[in-house]
Design a protein around this ligand. Structure first.
Ligand code: SAM
Length: 280
């Protein structure tokens, strides 16, 4: 770790680069953790990888050694000369400058199925996950380094669910792979991190006629956290407490329960009941 951090510092000094906190520039300087991230992506030479935020390319080089092709999207144009130097020997990497949230990931990688690997800038964690999982052609596998506390929220089970957990688990099966202490980064962030892997479901885990209907119900349910479902759904769906009681009875869910306690199946049952009993 020491050596890699010194090398990072040396590269940044030589290019006269100042780290931009606002862009989440905490570079991972520990080879053990870098290797763990790469291993979590289960790469073969057939894989196409989209990397978000290559920084100075420490993870990118490792990805390029195992995957068939890597497309790396970096927002900070000042890092491009460093990346060009670090990736000089890698003919299978292309670097695109820009904001990942402004690109359709599938367009960046082309026709093939692809994986996403990223030590994410933390300020875009939720937006980036949503962007990837709801893309027209979402990645088959996503390996992310994110704040540990957020990773734990994503893999939660009832009674500790959240809108984030339901949203991720609707599209993918999340697994916590490993913890990364703050000291493995240069400079160290204030909190610990974790590697998380999201495996996209091949078939949806629940049966609903539309994602939008499902998320309208889930968002209403979590709209007033810690409230009983009859109240949160009554006001969130603008139907009132009595209609919410009917809806929940039709779905077989106790109206006094709270959103955090529901399984995905129960959210789906409410969504289906809403479609049949209310007709909306
Ligand atoms: N991959 C490197 C590593 O593992 O050390 C750097 C990771 S650093 C936590 C996050 C990187 O994402 C930074 O290089 C930052 O400039 C870049 N970044 C920040 N916002 C971005 C965005 N919206 N789109 C693409 N890259 C972004």
């Amino acid at each position: 770790m020491g050596n890699e951090a010194v090398r990072l510092g040396e590269v940044l000094r030589r290019h006269d680069l100042r780290l931009k906190k606002g862009l989440g520039q905490n570079f991972l300087a520990d080879p053990v953790h870098l290797d763990r991230i790469v291993a979590a992506a289960e790469l073969t030479s057939d894989d196409v990888v989209l990397e978000i935020g290559p920084g100075v390319g420490t993870l990118t080089v490792r990805l390029a050694q195992r995957a068939g092709r890597v497309v790396a999207v970096e927002l900070d144009a000042a890092l491009l000369p460093v990346l060009a130097e670090m990736l000089a020997g890698q003919s299978n990497v292309s670097v695109v400058q820009g904001d990942i949230l402004q690109f359709d990931p599938a367009v960046l990688v082309g026709e093939q199925s692809y994986k996403v690997v990223a030590n994410l800038p933390y300020y875009i964690t939720s937006a980036a996950i949503r962007h990837l999982l709801t893309a027209t052609r979402p990645p088959e596998l996503v390996v992310l380094t994110i704040q540990r506390e957020v990773a734990q929220r994503i893999v939660a089970h009832p009674p500790d669910m959240s809108l984030l957990a339901v949203s991720v688990q609707y599209y993918a099966r999340p697994e916590l792979v490993a913890r990364i202490p703050a000291g493995a980064f240069y400079p160290p962030p204030k909190v610990d991190s974790a590697i998380i892997r999201l495996r996209r479901w091949e078939t949806p885990p629940v049966e609903v006629s539309s994602d939008d209907q499902f998320f309208a119900v889930v968002k209403a349910g979590f709209g007033q956290r810690r409230k009983q479902l009859r109240n949160s759904l009554g006001s969130g769906l603008s139907i009132g407490g009595d209609a919410a009681d009917h809806l929940l009875a039709a779905a077989g869910v106790d109206p006094t329960r709270r959103a955090e306690t529901l399984t995905l199946d129960e959210w789906a049952a409410i969504t289906r009941a809403r479609q049949t009993t209310i007709g909306s």
